[in-house]
Ligand binder design. Structure first.
Ligand SMILES: [Mn+2]
Length: 333
């Protein structure tokens, strides 16, 4: 299954690796790991992203290797491109627009259920818990030793995309790969602490404001919140600070779907869906032009924040009514 990508890497000599806008730790760790693997195969590789690395994820890239697309920083004519953790070309941001106007060979390594196989070479495994997991297997297939740096990049990718080994994508294989990465030098306590315990106080204040207006519908099966640009500005927050809000409200007892409506630009709304049980968020997001995973997905609407809930919530309610909700524990014999 790695042959097409192996052939792609062997057929070019210089590479740019890139990932989605508003990068999370799977995106960042996977981009760095992919560049490392390409270099270990004797080729040149650098990482250029559309968005700067969010400050609180700086620990993923301690050497500041990730470049930001801009004046004079873009894929050169002789650089092939590898896109990681991207299921939809729209999520490539400025780098995507640049590639549209100046096409070059490109490959994609990803695990989004909604990935349509848009690249020339697609290494897409929807069952993988993280793009970092696919790359951990690729490192082994290529016989590339796991340095502590590489192991840390892959570990944080897997750790965060499994919600700290909580989500249904966590299985024995996930945990045994994590153990292998720890043996190779990833420090689980350090990485988890950097990830969870670096919260700017403005983010906590914004969260408390958002939570003060929590909406519960469908007899407690749907929960939703919204956040405006003005609220984010007032607390010095950017969109990366909002990550995690929707995960938190998904934890409310008895709910099936959590939705976050975020004003992304004036007149535009970003939707984030999180579900439990048998509600397919990826399917829900696709109804609004987005995509993602079964239990986590998103979409962008050209609709003002105030108008978005009335447009979206009926579809969520329909999905919830069709679903079976929590599986009941078997009755004692
Ligand atoms: Mn991912």
């Amino acid at each position: 299954m790695f042959e097409p990508l192996t052939h792609f890497v062997d057929s070019h000599s210089r590479f740019v690796v890139t990932t989605h806008v508003n990068p999370d730790c799977d995106a960042l760790g996977s981009a760095l790991a992919m560049a490392h693997l390409i270099r270990a195969r004797g080729k040149a590789a650098r990482v250029i992203n559309s968005d700067p690395t969010p400050e609180r994820f700086g620990f993923v890239d301690p050497d500041g290797e990730i470049l930001v697309f801009g004046d004079g920083v873009h894929p050169e004519a002789d650089e092939a491109v590898v896109v990681v953790d991207v299921g939809d070309l729209k999520r490539l941001g400025k780098v995507g627009e640049f590639l549209d106007s100046s096409p070059r060979p490109f490959a994609c390594v990803d695990h989004h259920k909604s990935n349509t196989g848009f690249a020339e070479v697609n290494l897409v495994q929807p069952d993988a818990p993280a793009t970092g997991m696919i790359l951990a297997h690729l490192a082994k297939a290529w016989g590339i030793p796991l340095t502590p740096e590489l192991a840390s990049q892959l570990y944080i990718a897997i750790y965060t995309d499994t919600g700290g080994f909580r989500f249904s994508n966590t299985d024995a294989e996930t945990l045994s790969m994590a153990a292998e990465l720890v043996r190779a030098g990833a420090d689980p306590s350090y990485l988890a602490t950097e990830f969870h315990e670096n919260i700017p106080v403005g983010r906590v204040r914004l969260f408390s404001q958002v939570l003060s207006n929590l909406h519960i519908e469908e007899g407690g099966r749907i929960v939703w919140v919204s956040v405006t640009l003005a609220e984010m500005d007032a607390h010095g927050c950017d969109r990366s600070d909002i990550e995690g809000f929707v995960e938190y409200i998904r934890g409310i007892e008895g709910i099936d779907v959590a939705v976050l409506f975020r004003e992304s630009d004036p007149g535009k709304t970003k939707l984030s869906f999180r579900s439990r049980h048998d509600v397919d968020c990826s399917h829900l997001a696709q109804r609004f032009g987005g995509g993602g995973h079964y239990h986590a997905a998103g979409a962008n609407l050209d609709v003002p924040l105030e108008a978005a809930p009335a447009l979206v919530l009926p579809a969520v309610a329909e999905a919830v009514r069709r679903s079976h909700g929590a599986r009941r524990a078997p009755a004692p014999a």
